[in-house]
Design a binder for this molecule. Structure first.
Ligand code: ZN
Length: 187
């Protein structure tokens, strides 16, 4: 991404909305916004193989592994406004287990792009499956969307929930139920 070019576009945007890009408070804004945009879209420039690399451990257990409440920050592709919330991931390992921080990095890699929540959920599930060769994977995302909250459509408190289930989480009702049951439990 060309940061200078994006800064230029932000400067034009400021003028277009009726601001004066040369007033003191805004002088460095185009540059700052460009850096933020670069960061929030860095998923496009990440290599998912490198993200996962080195943190897959051999394991022989085949019980369900759950990671709850992984923070998610993404941008909706319709309005380029943030949506954010929590991601819960469950999988049944066959012989590979992922380090906890790597699950979070998988989430970030796909969240730092323009997204819709449904696709983000799907991509996280597919990637966990690919990285671990798990018997089954389940992902649940619970997010609030600023494009709904800031535009006065009276959905300030609504949380959108999406899920994706693969492998045994899809084919076995009991496995899916166990996953959802574990998610609903508070520590
Ligand atoms: Zn939106």
């Amino acid at each position: 991404m060309n940061v200078e070019r994006v800064a230029e576009l932000v400067r034009e945007l400021l003028a277009e909305i009726g601001e004066n890009p040369d007033r003191e408070g805004l002088l460095k804004t185009p540059e700052r916004v460009a850096r933020v945009v670069e960061y929030l879209t860095s998923g496009y420039r990440m290599d998912i193989k490198e993200v996962v690399n080195g943190a897959v451990f051999e394991a022989f257990a085949n019980n369900m592994i759950i990671s709850r409440d992984i923070e998610v920050y993404s941008l909706c592709e319709h309005h380029m406004l943030p949506f954010f919330g929590r991601c819960h991931i469950g999988y049944i390992a066959r012989h590979k287990v992922l380090g906890l921080s790597k699950l979070a990095r998988i989430v970030d890699c796909y969240a730092r792009r323009l997204q819709i929540q449904e696709r983000l959920t799907e991509q996280i599930a597919e990637e966990v499956l690919a990285a671990t060769d798990a018997e089954g994977v389940g992902v649940v995302l619970e997010c609030r969307h600023l494009c709904m909250m800031m535009r006065g459509v009276e959905k300030q408190n609504s949380i959108m929930t999406t899920s994706s289930v693969l492998g045994s989480f899809r084919s076995e009702a009991a496995t899916r139920a166990e996953f959802l049951n574990l998610l609903s439990r508070t520590v």
